[in-house]
Design a protein around this ligand. Structure first.
Ligand SMILES: [Zn+2]
Length: 240
C-alpha cells in the first residue's frame, strides 16, 4: 500500500531529471534526492511491499518532515510536467453546461447544452511552470491557433480563484486531478507496469480526473441555450 510519504519518482542529482524507482539501482546507490525537501533518497525494491523511494537520512528528514507530508503528490506532479513536455496527445472529456429560466408562475425551464464533445488534442510548444494570468500554472501548450492551460491538483493543492474565473476567446483551461493515482499505484504490482508508464497513460487517457475550467466556446453555447429557453418560456406563456 502506497501512502502520502512514499515517493515513486526521485530527482536524479546528476542531471536534474525525475526518474522512476524501477529505473534506478536499489538502495542508496540510486543517487536521487526528494523533489520536495531535497533529502537524499533510498530506493526500496522489496519483494512484498510496493517499490518506492524513502527518505534516507532521518536526521535531515526529521527537520523537513512537515514540508514533505505530500511528497507522493509533489513527485508525481513534477513527473507529470516532465511527461507533458513530450508533446503528447491527450483525451479530453465532454463539457456540458445548463441554463435555467422561470415562467411568471414559477415553472422552471432547464436547457442542457454541450460546449465541447469528448475529443483528443495534440499539445505542441509545451512550456511547464509557466506564468499565466499572474499565477504559476503547470503546463501551457498550443492546440492549433489556441492556447491550452493545464493546472494539476492534489490534496492540499487547489485551483486558484484567478484561474477559476478566467475568460479569453483564445484559451482553454483544464484542471487535472492527480488524487486517484495513489489508489492506482497501490493496486499496481510493479512487475506489471512502471509508475511512469502508468502516469503517462493516466495523463493521456483518464477522463474522470479532468475538468474544464474554461472553454472559448462556452459563452456562445450558453447564449444559444438561453435563447432556446426564452422561446420555450414564450410558447409556455402563450399556451397558459
Ligand atoms: Zn522529502
Amino acid at each position: 500500500m502506497i501512502n502520502f510519504q512514499h515517493i515513486p519518482f526521485g530527482l536524479r542529482e546528476s542531471d536534474g531529471e525525475l526518474v522512476d524507482v524501477a529505473d534506478v539501482q536499489r538502495g542508496m546507490g540510486c543517487n536521487c534526492i526528494c523533489p520536495s525537501c531535497k533529502t537524499p533518497l533510498i530506493a526500496r525494491h522489496g519483494d512484498v511491499n510496493q517499490w518506492h523511494f524513502a527518505h534516507a537520512s532521518r536526521s535531515v528528514y526529521s527537520k523537513t518532515k512537515k514540508d514533505c507530508d505530500f511528497s507522493f503528490y509533489v513527485s508525481v506532479r513534477l513527473m507529470a510536467r516532465q511527461i507533458f513536455q513530450e508533446e503528447m496527445t491527450i483525451q479530453l472529456p465532454q463539457y456540458k453546461g445548463i441554463v435555467s429560466d422561470y415562467s411568471s408562475s414559477g415553472f422552471c425551464f432547464a436547457e442542457e447544452f454541450i460546449v465541447s464533445d469528448k475529443q483528443s488534442i495534440q499539445l505542441s510548444d509545451v512550456k511547464i511552470e509557466a506564468s499565466f494570468n499572474g499565477i504559476s500554472v503547470d503546463v501551457v501548450g498550443n492546440v492549433g491557433a489556441f492556447k491550452f492551460v493545464i493546472y494539476l491538483t492534489h490534496p492540499n493543492r487547489h485551483v486558484p480563484s484567478e484561474l477559476s474565473c478566467f475568460k479569453h476567446p483564445k484559451y482553454g483551461v483544464l484542471k487535472l486531478s492527480l488524487e486517484s493515482l495513489i489508489t492506482l499505484y497501490s493496486e499496481n504490482n510493479h512487475s506489471k507496469s512502471s509508475y511512469k508508464k502508468l502516469l503517462k497513460d493516466f495523463l493521456a487517457n483518464d477522463l474522470p480526473s479532468k475538468e474544464w475550467l474554461f472553454h472559448p466556446r462556452y459563452e456562445q453555447s450558453e447564449n444559444h441555450a438561453k435563447e432556446v429557453n426564452r422561446k420555450k418560456n414564450t410558447i409556455f406563456r402563450v399556451k397558459t
